[in-house]
Design a protein around this ligand. Structure first.
Ligand code: AMP
Length: 397
């Protein structure tokens, strides 16, 4: 067995790891959750191997425990070829994956205030693997990188210019790795070159964003300075009137409380008062919960509005693409969203939409639809593994 590629994705309180072969074939994955909290847990997927973690285990604790477990399982016996890290915010510095060295680490650190929940844990993961595997090339893959092609009309807020020039206040966009993968997959399915492919990609998971890709380049996206802007998400509000901040401040809410409300208590959870989980929400709506139905309706309506808005950036549209846990699995969300877009010419084929409700992927448009509509399972880990392999090859060549 040859050397493997390790992919690491540090969330605010979670750690996901995946192992790929040197040909980027998936081998194994693991997850640690509730890190930094009581009851932190970790397990290797598929094998149901539970890994014991200390109370309040950190990302570094979980990482070494899971690596140890992969060693015991003989998953990485021949060592590692490369390590790929997902990094949420690369600011304006990174438009490509980067081979990690001290300068890259400093640049990631400089973006910490743009992603305070994510970049510090991403760095913790990088530092932990650098000390565990000092000789293995490590590559950072940024959520923001794919959106560095956004034109100024799409990335500038109508704010005083110095906020952009001196404080970096602009729209960056996120989920770039997934949108990038949608481009590759859509081009493959449509048998086109990526550079000639224009799509609208809707990544709908716990976080949600929609991106306009024109001739292979991201030209508009719904997330902005932070991953809070845009669509309704699991617990995030997406767009609100910025006047809300002043209004709530006058009502006695602190900035921190408003931040927590918008990030953790809003979205599907806030609207329904029941859950942030779309599957449960749909069950509740079917059981007669009006609040659940309304949350679903607001989610789909906002999404439809954004898909419409993305048309402003395109000269042609080769496909509308759905992905992410919701986009891949929920025929209801897809159908309801597209009902709002009949005037633009999107028309779903109900049986095809049902068949592709199992994330198998494929075309779901009706013959009369003006545009193809695709369901494509995302695979961010694979994109990171491919980037890591490419980065490592450059080092070895
Ligand atoms: P992700 O963050 O991509 O893992 O997506 C998580 C979201 O996908 C959650 O809201 C899940 O409820 C949702 N999801 C997963 N499977 C289904 C399904 N069969 N129907 C509706 N939503 C689903």
């Amino acid at each position: 067995m040859d050397r493997c590629i390790l992919v690491i994705n540090c969330g605010s309180s979670s750690l996901k790891m995946a192992i790929f072969s040197s040909k980027c074939e998936f081998i194994a994955s693991a997850i640690a959750e509730r890190l930094g909290q009581p009851g932190a847990s970790a397990s290797v997927k598929g094998r149901r191997t539970e890994v014991t973690l200390p109370q309040h285990a950190t990302h570094a604790d979980a990482l070494s425990a899971l690596i140890e477990c992969f060693h015991e399982n003989n998953t990485i016996t021949n060592g590692l070829l490369a390590i790929g890290h997902r990094v949420v915010h690369g600011g304006e510095t990174f438009s490509q994956p980067a081979l990690i060295d001290d300068t890259v680490i400093e640049s990631i650190r400089a973006c910490e205030n743009l992603a305070p929940l994510h970049n510090p844990v991403g760095l913790a993961g990088i530092e932990a693997t650098r000390s565990l595997f000092p000789d293995v090339p490590q590559i950072a893959v940024f959520d923001t990188a794919f959106h560095q092609s956004l034109p100024p009309v799409a990335y500038l807020y109508a704010l005083p210019r110095y906020l952009y020039m001196e404080h970096g206040v602009r729209r960056y966009g996120f989920h770039g790795t997934s949108h990038r993968f949608m481009l590759t997959e859509a081009a493959r399915i449509l048998q086109k070159h990526e550079a000639d492919t224009s799509i609208i990609s809707a990544h709908l998971g716990n976080g949600c964003s929609v991106t306009a890709i024109r001739n292979g380049k991201s030209v508009d996206t719904s997330m902005g300075l932070t991953p809070l802007e845009g669509l309704v998400m699991g617990t995030r509000s997406g767009d609100v009137d910025p006047g809300l901040f002043d209004y709530l401040r006058r009502k006695g809410f602190s900035a921190e409380t408003v931040h927590n409300i918008l990030n953790q208590e809003s979205g599907l959870l806030g609207l329904s008062g029941i859950t942030n989980d779309m599957r449960t929400l749909i069950e509740q709506a079917d059981d007669g919960s009006e609040a659940a139905q309304q949350a679903l309706d607001v989610f789909c309506f906002r999404l439809a509005r954004y898909i419409g808005a993305m048309m402003a950036s395109l000269e042609q549209l080769d496909a509308l693409v759905f992905t992410g846990g919701i986009g891949e699995n929920s025929e209801r969300v897809r159908a309801r969203t597209l009902d709002h877009l009949l005037l633009l010419g999107f028309k779903i084929d109900t049986p095809a939409n049902r068949v592709h409700g199992d994330a198998s992927g494929g075309h779901i448009e009706a013959t009369a639809s003006r545009f193809p509509i695709l369901v494509i399972p995302t695979n961010e880990e694979l994109v990171i593994a491919q980037a890591a392999l490419k980065g490592a090859k450059n080092v070895h060549d």
